[in-house]
Design a binder for this molecule. Structure first.
Ligand code: MN3
Length: 240
């Protein structure tokens, strides 16, 4: 895949156009400002705060979604407004992250990364990856177990706060990477760029109440929650 094709596909995903119909509304809510004054709106969670127990506890979800994510959303909109950045899909903003303030970078990333994160988890999730993403993982990493090991290792060793990612890179291949703080692989400031198909929040606020300092136990628990259908929809859109 050449660079122009990659950017075209990134844009397609950014506007949600190439995603399976049943996933379209979810992805649109994630990527585009709503019509309510052009502000980005925090998407509904889609399950109860205690629905992910015992893997992610109710209090963590209440604080994480209700305080942290709500705060990123509010501050992102405030920064867009005060800096006079007009209505556009979020990928267009991320492509120019280097030319914007740290408020846009941190809160825009915080808004978007969590939108995905809530969707990657489901009370009905877990098990092995199926569909196109299942085949691609086996082809790229050798086995589902080998992929899990690499993902856990990269996310686990991200120094300080940040995110672990599975992305489709510029060559159209799956790649495991991590980003510091609220950065993501769509941002032009990211060392490794690509289209996200899975992430995990490894900030302490994501796991400290239940797992204290044991990030690896939280990552291990995450496999019980992953909604592979949503991952497969993002992957299919990224390569189509
Ligand atoms: Mn978080």
């Amino acid at each position: 895949m050449d660079k122009r094709e990659f950017l075209k596909r990134t844009l397609v995903l950014g506007t949600g156009m190439a995603v399976a119909p049943q996933m379209l509304s979810a992805v649109q809510r994630i990527d585009t400002p709503s019509s309510r004054g052009g502000e980005f709106v925090q998407p509904a969670l889609g399950y109860a705060f205690d629905a992910l127990e015992p893997y992610v506890d109710r209090q963590t979800m209440e604080l994480h979604y209700g305080k942290h994510h709500a705060g990123y959303t509010r501050k992102f909109n405030a920064a867009l407004s005060s800096e006079g950045i007009g209505k556009q899909d979020i990928n267009s903003i991320f492509k120019k992250t280097s030319s914007y303030s740290s408020a846009i970078r941190n809160n825009g990333g915080g808004f978007y990364n969590h939108n995905l994160y809530w969707k990657f988890m489901s009370p009905d999730g877990g098990g092995e990856a199926k569909g196109k993403i299942g085949k691609a993982i086996k082809a790229r990493f050798g086995s589902f177990g080998a992929f899990k090991q690499q993902f856990a290792s990269v996310a686990g060793s991200q120094f300080g706060s940040g995110w672990g990612w599975l992305i489709v890179n510029k060559d159209g291949e799956l790649e495991v990477t991590s980003t510091p703080n609220q950065d993501n692989p769509l941002m032009d400031v990211s060392d490794v760029r690509g289209i996200p198909v899975l992430n995990i929040d490894v900030w302490e606020h994501a796991y400290y109440l239940n797992y204290q300092n044991q990030r690896s136990k939280y990552i291990e628990a995450y496999w019980n929650l992953i909604d592979w259908k949503f991952v497969d929809a993002l992957y299919s859109a990224a390569i189509s």
